[in-house]
Design a protein around this ligand. Structure first.
Ligand SMILES: Nc1ncnc2c1ncn2[C@@H]1O[C@H](COP(=O)(O)OP(=O)(O)O)[C@@H](O)[C@H]1O
Ligand SMILES: O=C(CO)[C@@H](O)[C@H](O)COP(=O)(O)O
Length: 499
């Protein structure tokens, strides 16, 4: 028998299923997409039934490939988009579409939350202030805005945990995703019943918290029939997508200092921590890692997303590599041109949905290469803002560079010089599904602990040469001044009103 573990990433645009050998080599993958619903400005939702249908399709396709290759699944691990709210009635039926991590409807609910529990206390208990995307404010919103739906709600689950419930009939979560609800006592890694009581919420609404490598239950017969997977296959709790990706990269809270920086649609810095150390101002997130420890997470919302927008709207059809070549011909600092990447407002460190993007300092001397280079630099400066807040809280001795933007040598060299941190490249590209499958291997007993599994499967990484660039020091100061100017206009209402 050739054993494999299946990992699922229930993402925002689609679901991916991946099979890994015990050594961590990917042997097959399959996926299926689903729509994003935007019923009102600022609202983002999905129908949980669409996730189940995508899981059925992807798992059936994957099983076919595994059978053809002579592989036998020994576990299925879960991972996915964090923070969403799936509201279930007493019969386990979905009460309404699930608001997602990037939904902004909960500003009033966040104010209600911080009125009941002061921000500093909230950060001390849960690691974070009230954040609009988190699950707890969604529940408060439901109680106020849709009291009928709230009255029918007996349980609230995170997206990947809802899939686990559907697959096994058992409701459970694990610390890495549960800490993104805003309701978890971080030190105890269990629900904060006192906090919930202060909000008038019953802790029984939330599922049991088990370790990330813990088994939720066995695959139900109906799913075995629909996918070809064995009935009773252990379904392992897994991790939120960021912790899942970090497990896939071998990032361990027992080895703080090695983190990651991602140039994906959003830009993310992940730093593992042994002990929970929150930013006292809540500007970056503190969550549980999937190995029993903790991690900091800073998110700049439009990183490679800014480049994608720019290419699609202003340079349609031009390959990314061609844009990078033009940008490489422009000197560092883009001859005075500055880009602020707040196209979608900003999460870390500003927590301001009303911020907007800008090129500042345009002159007749600037051409497309300047616009592109300034964009790459602006995203790097925004990640530097995030790292500055994280540095006093966690070591950042080496950052593994991942995400689509890391395909560009130019962007990597800009990032290394701006962050003034050693970057390294890794061949691993599978993301959260890899971490989910690896946690599955621990749940199935192939490895004795998450630590042992990380030792055995951590990918190799190559240090990238870092070239200090003096021009960026002055440009970073101008970037910060540019932020203050744009924030001033946003506060005056003229930007926010244009939504
Ligand atoms: N050759 C390239 N050079 C620079 N950026 C690139 C290149 N190829 C892709 N990208 C960027 O990577 C983005 C996709 O990154 P990815 O990590 O796949 O995103 P996601 O967050 O959707 O997983 C694209 O939108 C684009 O901005
Ligand atoms: O909000 C966060 C983390 O805090 C995001 O990382 C979501 O979890 C993103 O999901 P995908 O876009 O990767 O599906």
């Amino acid at each position: 028998m050739k054993p494999v573990s299946i990992g699922i990433d229930l993402g925002t645009s689609g679901l991916k299923a991946l099979a890994l050998t015990p050594e961590g080599h990917a042997v097959a993958e399959a996926g299926a997409a689903y729509p994003l619903l935007t019923p009102r400005p600022g609202w983002t939702e999905q129908n949980p039934a669409d996730w189940l249908e995508a899981a059925r399709k992807a798992l059936a396709e994957l099983t076919g490939k595994l059978e053809a290759g002579g592989y036998t699944p020994v576990a299925l691990g879960l991972s996915g988009q964090m923070h969403g709210g799936v509201f279930l009635d007493g019969g386990g039926e979905v009460v309404r579409p699930a608001p997602l991590w990037n939904d902004q409807r909960t500003a009033e609910a966040c104010a209600e939350l911080e009125a009941a529990v002061p921000r500093a206390e909230l950060i001390r208990r849960t690691g974070n202030p009230a954040v609009t995307g988190f699950q707890l404010p969604k529940l408060l919103w439901l109680r106020r805005a849709e009291p009928g739906a709230f009255a029918r709600t007996r349980r609230v689950l995170l997206p990947k945990d809802y899939l686990g419930f559907a697959l096994t009939g058992r409701a459970a979560t694990e610390p890495s995703d549960a800490s993104g609800t805003g309701a978890l006592d971080l030190a105890r890694q269990d629900w904060d019943a006192e906090l919930l009581a202060a909000l008038g919420l019953d802790v029984g609404l939330f599922p049991t918290v088990i370790p990330s490598h813990g088994v939720v239950g066995g695959l139900k017969a109906e799913w075995a029939r629909a996918t070809g997977l064995p009935e009773g296959l252990p379904v392992v709790a897994g991790a939120g997508d960021n912790a899942g990706a970090a497990i896939g990269l071998g990032l361990s809270s027992a080895r703080p200092g090695v983190g990651s920086v991602s140039l994906g649609t959003s830009g993310v810095i992940f730093l593992p921590l042994e002990h929970p150390t929150p930013d006292p101002h809540g500007r970056v997130h503190l969550f549980c890692h999937a190995d029993g420890g903790y991690h900091l997470l800073g998110v700049t919302l439009a990183a490679a997303g800014s480049l994608q927008w720019y290419r699609d709207r202003l340079a349609p059809g031009v390959p990314f590599d061609a844009l990078m070549q033009e940008a490489a011909a422009v000197p560092p600092g883009s001859e005075g041109l500055l880009f602020l990447p707040y196209l979608a407002g900003e999460r870390s460190p500003h927590l301001d949905p009303d911020l907007r993007g800008a090129w500042l300092g345009l002159s007749l001397a600037h051409a497309r290469g300047h616009l592109t280079r300034a964009l790459l630099e602006g995203v790097a400066f925004s990640l530097r803002d995030v790292l500055e807040v994280m540095k006093p809280l966690a070591a950042a001795d080496r950052l593994l560079a991942i995400g689509g933007g890391a395909r560009s040598e130019l962007w990597l060299s800009v990032l290394a010089a701006v962050l003034e941190a050693p970057l390294a490249r890794t061949p691993v590209e599978e993301g959260p599904a890899r971490g989910a499958a690896l946690l599955g291997l621990v749940g199935a007993g192939v490895y004795g602990s998450v630590g042992e599994m990380l030792e055995a499967t951590a990918p190799a990484s190559d240090p990238l040469p870092g070239h200090p660039e003096p021009a960026y020091a002055a440009a970073y100061e101008r970037f910060k001044a540019g932020f203050r100017a744009v924030a001033g206009v946003a506060r005056a209402g003229s930007i926010a009103d244009s939504r």
